[in-house]
Design a protein around this ligand. Sequence first.
Ligand SMILES: CC(=O)N[C@H](C=O)[C@@H](O)[C@H](O)[C@H](O)COP(=O)(O)O
Length: 233
Amino acid sequence: MLTSKWFEKRGLIVSCQALPDEPLYSGDTMTKMAKAAEMAGAIGIRTNGEEDIRRIKQAVNLPVIGLIKRVIPDSAIFITPTLEEVKAIIEAGADIVALDVTERENRLEQVNLLIDYAHEQGVGVMADISTLEEGLAAERLGVDLIGTTLSGYTPYSPQQEKPDFLLIERLSELVKVPVVAEGRIWTPDEAARALEAGATYVVVGSAITRPQLITQKYMQALTKYSNRNTEIK
Ligand SMILES: CC(=O)N[C@H](C=O)[C@@H](O)[C@H](O)[C@H](O)COP(=O)(O)O
């Protein structure tokens, strides 16, 4: 099985992220989430933004995959779009930088500058991709980990509610770099299935750290009953 120097074994990486419009944003909330993940046996943390990267690195003894989400006008690329974010992530102490390695906007012709910079600083690179072709291109660019993070989030990748198990499987067969299964993994069974499909690591985010989305799932499941049974006992 393919492994990497940052993680001692295969397993679960918990994504601890809250954006400014989310209720858990700011302060030490994501650090506490990361601590809880560590306590439960997670092997790594993925987190967004300089402050959370810095706080989590201080509080938790696990490798941290850092990213910075930034929306640039007229661009669809929002996960660590430029060298500026790569520098900030490294400055904040991340062990690995996660960045968009999709074929949009000639990214594949330019992203090597970001990858090379991270490597020069002794920091690893996780490529967030959306298709098999992008995964193969990422491997050629010399990244250290390939994540299925963006499958379902580019217009040309399969739009589905479930994780992209087919992509996880095909990538794991074809690349020599460890594959990270990421995106819409909502149950422990799905996480196990991702490892079975060949992934070395599994990232779970919303299902653990976004209570508003977890609650929404329960609401969706319960709504059909509460609409039918209006009588209160
Ligand atoms: C597409 C995008 O912006 N993904 C982001 C990437 O860091 C995060 O918002 C996700 O929470 C993360 O990928 C984990 O996935 P999920 O939350 O589905 O377990």
